[in-house]
Every structure is written in C-alpha cells, then in structure tokens.
Write a protein that binds this ligand. Sequence first.
Ligand code: CDT
Length: 331
Amino acid sequence: MSRTVTVAAAQLGPIQKSEGREVAVGRMLRLLERAHQRGAEVVVFPELALTTFFPRWYTENLDDADHWYEQSLPSPATQPLFDAIRRYGLTIYLGYAEIAHEADEQGVVRKRRFNTSVIIAPNGEVILKYRKVHLPGHAEFATHRKVQHLEKRYFEVGNLGFPVVRAPVGRAGLDVNLGMLICNDRRWPEAWRVLGLQQVELVLLGYNTPAVNQDNRGFEAHHLRVLHSQLAIQSGCYQNACFGVAVAKAGKEDGFELFGHSIIVNPQGEIIAMATTWDDELIVADCNLDMCELGRTTIFNFEKHRRPEAYGRIVEQVGSSAPPVWKPSKS
Ligand code: CDT
C-alpha cells in the first residue's frame, strides 16, 4: 500500500494592519473547511499568518509591539482554529510571532521574541515547534529602503535548530517525517540539508515575500522574485528527496505587494500544484511519500556519497573570504 498523504497549501490574501486576528482566523476557518471537503490531512498556512507582516513598520520600543505576538496558543482568538482541526481531524502548520518567557544563553529568564511555526495535531497538541533561523532585513530604521524589513529588530535568531519528527498526521494517522522552514530559510541549502540528514519527507514552509525588491540599492527584475523562490524550493526538495509545501501571504498588504505562487513540490523537484491568485486560495495535492526513496537511495544517498571532510568551511566560516590570487610564473 502506498504511503500517500493529501496536503493543502492554504494561501492567505493580505491582512491589513487595521484588521484584528478575528478577521484572519475567520478566513483561515473557511480554508480549513474547504481543505476538509477536499480530503486534505495536512494544511499549511503562511508565516505570521495571524496578522499583517508587521516587521514593515518601525516601533521604537518593542514592548509597544506586543499586540502583534502570541503569548500562548491556543488563545481566545485562536481557539476556533483548534476547534476546527479537531472537528475535521486535520494536522496544521501555523506561523506566528511568539513571545516566550524563557532563559537566554546566559541563563537569564526574560521576555524573548521569535518568528515561530508549529505543527499542531488534530487533538490540539503541538507536535513540533521551529523558530526562524535566517532572519532577513535589519534591526534599525533604514533610510535607503522604500519599505522597512525589521525582522532583526522584532525577533531573535531561532534557538531550536531544524528539528524533524516522525508523527501521525490527519485522521488516518499515517506516520510522516515532518520538518519546517520559515520564509527566508528556504533560500539556504544548509537548512534544507540539516532536514535532509534527518530523513525529512515533508517540509512545511510559510512565507511573506515582497513582490518587488524594496532595498532600492540595485536592480532586480520583478519577474525573477518568484523564480528565485521556486528555484530554492524545488532544489531543496530535489536535493533532499522530500516533498515541500510552500505557502504565501499574498496581495497588497498595507499598500505593499507580497507575491503568491504558493507551491507543492515533489522529491523530483517538480511543482505539482501552484496557486494562481494573490488572495485566499487552497491548493491540494496527493503526496506519495514512497517517492522519497528514489533520491534517498541513489543520487542523494548521503551515507554513500557525502564528503563532510571537504565541507569544513560550511560550519567554520560565516562570511565569504577572497580566494588567493593566481599569477603567471612567466610573463
Ligand atoms: N519574510 C521573509 O523572510 N522575507 C524574505 C524577504 C526579505 S527582503 C529583506 C524572503 O526571503 O522572502
């Protein structure tokens, strides 16, 4: 019997700054109902799914921004999501801004902020938590930018690594090796490989990606924005022999465009479903997890072919360094 799991990417259209969580949750409930009707077992929502992408707004004092974060899950505002997944027997990925009161690296308990995602079982238990490692953007107001991208101000670097867990999903309870990434993480092959080394079968990933480069310092053609996103996801899936479900928040949010193009990708790197709107949209695909075997046992059989002794720089070095200069010995 094949190990097939039906997954849904629940893309969200824009959530405006003026809109409260109840607006987002109401729309997410409709997507969950449709996912159930279409036979989905796993539903993936975007990064920071409950609010506008607030890191585009500067706040001097972070305590004034607490209303963008979740202090607990479920909360009164998010409880309806938990009720729905129990009703429909769904496993979900939810991206949100997290406030945690926990010890830092010095052992000091303090208020900490993370860009977080969780996989939640139908009974409401958190199966796995991940905190975004590759935070893009900047910590201070950047005058050269058309729009701020203040993730480095609003969040600490994730401290949970890239965990993978084998867990039953949906009502049928098929065991699946699950891992997560958040947005910018998808561009980093190191992140995918750490998941691949744990035999991940299904990578769940939410994103908020501006449709145009807002940095204003160089030229990046608009049409390449989507290409770069898809290149990264397709190669991540291919090189690690896994499925990927990558889900956007899309459309004109607070006046600024986020691209959609949510996709589901198979271990051959093929896009098997893609959203075509920049609004709330559900795409569904059957993922036969046995497809992960081919890559894992042949071209990407890590046990046989990886050469960690040649990869030292990957973990020893952060920035790039200039190579030695070759000069001809005779003129
Ligand atoms: N949310 C997020 O990670 N967005 C980035 C774009 C950042 S542009 C400074 C992304 O990789 O899509």
